[in-house]
Design a protein around this ligand. Structure first.
Ligand SMILES: *Cc1c(COP(=O)(O)O)cnc(C)c1O
Length: 394
């Protein structure tokens, strides 16, 4: 049985008519840049997330970059980021000639380790970028408390977590100063190419983000600031407005798939419970833990990825690939081990050492993401769990 990691055509099929009509409408209008669809999508996102300002941008990476530019990150500033995330989270900091300072992660949620943030704050620290990895919110309350105490900005990387809720019910991206989202096709809400969004409840930041999106000019051709071309295409906004009403149902199906995986792994006797940190003889598979599950929230986790940890990960991955079962490692190399950050690690001023990231190293060595997309079928999940059980028990 062939199972892809993601099946975009299965999502497209039932929406084909509406999506095609949207594309043809934009083609007929020839209004490709900042058409009315942009404002429309921005207002839909504001109501969906309950946030005051939403600004469509060119990608999730550009969302992070424009956010850092807008809060005034300068060369020499330090920005604290988890060492375990998609590259963009740290890359954007370095692109502004600022220094990303890496923290370890929480071994249960894979999100930023809050205690480690505090240890790394210096007089040069200007911001923190918590990432809501795999579709579950980082622990924002203590992060916001630390940020207020030390006068730091918080930029949330919600690329994998649009509509995911923190324990107080607020949506990812609406708690810090600016929230960043990606509409890359593999995200829960994906467009037909690259796209992104920044959101904020701060009117001053919202106005500035809109100016920075068009090279920092206001009025046009008069520049108090240096921004960039960070615009979202009209075509992408039109596609996203068709898809947005379906997002909650898709997330529900992702949760249902994740729950079935957990149930089947537990039943197979490969694990005793979800959210275990380390292996022992009774726990051959470590299952993900939805830490806000029992709070009665609608979207306590949106499972952009369903990630387990196993002892012989690379062997399992080779086996799954040989059986045409899609899987991926998010992420094989944490930032502290990336070649491009070698100089940062060596510089004593940054106080970073290779032995300070045990949980991220462990995750990088043992984690593997399995298919969890909404259209996945129950028999496919059963087949995957059976394949993994056989691998582990032999
Ligand atoms: C996808 C992703 C990004 C970047 O988004 P793009 O739209 O691909 O530029 C940033 N951070 C995280 C955590 C992501 O998963």
């Amino acid at each position: 049985m062939k199972v892809p990691l993601l099946d975009l055509k299965a999502q497209y099929r039932p929406l084909k008519k509406e999506l095609d009509e949207a594309l043809i409408r934009i083609a007929a209008s020839q209004y490709f840049v900042m058409g009315p669809e942009i404002k429309q999508l921005e207002s839909e996102i504001c109501s969906k997330l309950d946030v005051s300002h939403a600004i469509g941008v060119s990608s999730g990476t550009d969302a992070l970059l424009i956010a850092l530019m807008t809060i005034g990150i300068k060369p020499g500033d330090e920005v604290i980021v988890p060492t375990y995330s998609f590259f963009a989270t740290a890359g954007v900091v370095s692109r502004l000639a600022a220094t990303p300072i890496f923290t370890d992660i929480d071994p249960v949620t894979y999100n930023i380790d809050v205690e480690d943030i505090e240890k790394r704050i210096t007089s040069r620290t200007k911001a923190i970028i918590p990432v809501h990895l795999y579709g579950q919110c980082a622990d924002m309350k203590p992060i916001m408390e630390l940020a207020r105490k030390h006068n730091l900005k918080v930029i949330e990387d919600g690329a994998q977590a649009i509509t995911a809720q923190y324990k107080d019910g607020r949506c990812a991206g609406t708690i810090g100063d600016i929230g960043c989202f990606s509409f890359f096709p593999s995200k829960n809400l994906g467009c037909f190419g690259d796209g992104g969004m920044v959101v904020t409840n701060d009117t001053e930041l919202g106005d500035l983000l809109r100016i920075m999106r068009v090279h920092g000019g206001k009025p046009k051709y008069f520049h108090k600031f240096i921004g960039g071309n960070f615009r979202l295409d009209t075509i992408q906004a039109a596609v996203l407005s068709v898809k947005l009403p379906h997002l909650d149902a898709w997330s529900e199906k992702r949760r249902r798939n994740a729950d079935l995986y957990n149930k089947l792994f537990l039943k197979a006797g490969l694990a005793e419970k979800t959210g275990l940190t380390y292996f022992d003889d009774n726990n051959k598979v470590q299952l993900p833990k939805a830490v806000y599950e029992d709070l009665g929230l609608k979207n306590h986790h949106i499972y952009n990825q369903y990630v387990i940890r196993v002892q012989n990960r690379d062997e399992l991955m080779a086996l799954l690939k040989s059986k045409d079962i899609g899987c991926e490692i998010y992420y094989p190399v944490p930032f502290h081990k990336q070649e491009c950050f070698e100089d940062l690690m060596k510089d004593p001023a940054n106080n970073m050492d290779f032995d300070q990231y045990p949980h991220a190293d462990y995750a990088a060595a043992h984690s593997i993401a399995l298919p969890v997309y909404p259209e996945l079928e129950e028999q496919q999940i059963r087949h995957i769990v059976k394949t993994i059980s056989e691998f582990i028990q032999t």
